[in-house]
Design a protein around this ligand. Sequence first.
Ligand SMILES: [Fe+2]
Ligand SMILES: [Fe+2]
Length: 272
Amino acid sequence: MSQLVVRRLLVDMERPIAPHWCDGDPFRTALFNALSMSFPVGEQFFIDSLREGFKALPPEGQARFREELQGFVGQEATHRRLHGLYNEHLERQGLRNAWGPRAERRMKRLQGLDARHPVAITAANEHFTAILADWLLRHPAFLGRDDERLATLWLWHASEESEHKNTAFDLYHALGGTHEWRIRWFRRATFFLLSDLARQTLANLRRDGTLWRLATWKSAWQHLFGQDGLVAGLRGPWREYLRHDFHPSQQDSSASVRWLAEHAQAFRPVGA
Ligand SMILES: [Fe+2]
Ligand SMILES: [Fe+2]
């Protein structure tokens, strides 16, 4: 059980977003924009899944999770609201979000399943989010220096993802979820996440006319497969989830604690 603080981020999301806000690099901009496009639908799914999972718990289990779930929902609802504003700017730039509607169609197929399945899918995605968040907090230069507001938005979101990484996982186990299904959904979730991310990133690049520039592909290669790139950084932590005795708390979250302590002026805790 952990205390999850809901924070209101003090950033101006009215100001338009530059077409290549991330260091003038079309690839990294398209990648982050793609991720942002997935959040309003994805995070709503996480909220709904955990709420349904919570209802399936016996009363003593509900007492254990009530406060933590409230914090989780508050954090994810705040993320999706801010990314909704972010995505409105992208729409005005002419980018089209195909990821959200596709994910929504896929989610419809889960209706009527045992509550543990959506909770397992949430736990799988939350692991992915948490390891990406931790990596980003340790590599803030990846976000560039051109738009401090967006860098703050991403690092605040990353910090809270790292902070609430246990919730879905613990709820899944409290519901009696098995290791086999946890792994099965994790593999599927990884496949969908990576293929959706690739498709939306390519679509964003195509839309802004930078898909066939050599510099775009050089950046993609360097930032994905380079020595200090995403694949090298995430492969190990990704694999940890497959272990029988894995728990998200085994993975370091000190970067999140540090960022929140050092950037207290960037947000106001709700209800404080
Ligand atoms: Fe989130
Ligand atoms: Fe999350």
